[in-house]
Design a protein around this ligand. Structure first.
Ligand code: TXA
Ligand code: MG
Length: 317
């Protein structure tokens, strides 16, 4: 099993020698390796069992270090980084050739993000290379939001998990690209469209619903528990499938279902709490002795859009 600890020096040594370390971020835990070392990056794909056509995000300590890895930074990208970094926002920028092909799956852009986590910030500040890091889960499964989630699934394959506690945001970063002076959202995530638009004006949303290898982050089936999951209006779903099912409710328990088969995302209706609880509760429901999970869709505003997007992908075959 992996060691779970807060020793940045140990993490740094492993990374410098081409090994992988699980790192905390405010969104989800990442499976990190030296982004400039093709062999280390290949290990990431192998540990996750991830197809090579799915590119990785690189993590940097601050905006000023981005110049080393990209050929240009559009004014709007800089504005967004100023407003939201460190935070749950990934920018797609034109990469320099120092970033290996294996990181970007051959794309000419590289996804870059500055995460907000004290330990990971310190780690990134102390390294002279960026960290490539996808979410630290087997490909296609639910992303991890605690060190134990990582341990349970990848603990046999890595030696160290840097312990930053539970992730504060709980869903992955929002991914944006820049095309003809237009800001395009490629993945809904921990930074809401409302907040993005308050900083930069209208954005375009291009969130793919099909299996498109060019935007693999948006694979139709993703974030999925092993059990079958259906999402929609809960009462309707329960009428058809209840009551011996796992239930992920938005803010209220359902009387028709045994208490131990239910989880409530946010008793007060706060969508930030819902996002923070989403993946952990899906994991718990996935452990229950039920054939099916029913997940209530949440209001389609603020982080609710990203939550619903994940529930839809988790329900896709
Ligand atoms: O919050 C996050 O972004 C977390 C933490 C660990 O930073 N990372 C994360 O990585 O969610 P991952 O690999 O699970 O998802 C990143 C997605 C991928 O599915 C990939 O398709 C997309 O980002 N992506 C990466 N680089 C891209 C690029 N150059 N163009 C289009 N999509 C890209
Ligand atoms: Mg992922």
């Amino acid at each position: 099993m992996a060691i779970i600890g807060k020793d940045i020096d140990q993490a740094k040594e492993l990374l410098k020698h081409g090994e992988l370390v699980a790192i905390p971020t405010e969104t989800v835990y990442g499976l990190a390796g030296n982004a400039l070392d093709g062999n280390a990056v290949a290990k990431i794909f192998s540990v996750k069992e991830r197809p090579f056509f799915d590119p990785l995000i690189i993590h940097v300590p601050d905006l000023k270090s981005v110049d080393k890895w990209v050929t240009s930074i559009p004014a709007k990208a800089e504005k967004l980084a100023d407003a939201f970094w460190p935070g749950p926002l990934t920018l797609l920028l034109p990469r320099k050739s120092i970033i290996p092909d294996i990181v970007t799956a051959g794309l000419e852009t590289v996804g870059i993000r500055c995460p907000k986590s004290r330990l990971t910030q310190q780690l990134l500040q102390s390294l002279d290379f960026p960290l490539a890091a996808p979410s630290a889960n087997p490909f296609g499964y639910i992303s991890p939001t605690t060190p134990d989630h990582v341990q349970n699934q990848l603990g046999m394959k890595i030696s160290y998990i840097l312990d930053g506690g539970e992730c504060a945001v709980g869903i992955e970063s929002t991914i944006v690209g820049f095309e003809n002076d237009q800001v395009v959202v490629h993945r809904l995530g921990g930074l809401s469209i409302e907040r993005l638009e308050s900083a930069i004006g209208k954005v375009e949303i291009n969130v793919n619903e099909s299996s498109n290898p060019l935007a693999p982050g948006q694979l139709k089936s993703h974030y999925a528990p092993r059990k079958k999951l259906l999402t929609g209006a809960l009462d309707q779903l329960l009428e058809q499938h209840g009551p011996h099912v796992g239930v992920l409710a938005f803010c209220e328990l359902k009387k028709s279902v045994p208490r131990h088969l239910q989880r409530v995302l946010a008793p007060t209706g706060d969508l930030h709490h819902a996002a923070q609880n989403l993946f952990g509760m899906l994991r718990e429901l996935d452990q229950l002795d039920v054939p099916l999970i029913l997940a209530e869709t949440v209001p389609e505003i603020d982080l609710g859009r990203a939550i619903n997007d994940r529930l839809r992908r988790a329900s896709a075959e």
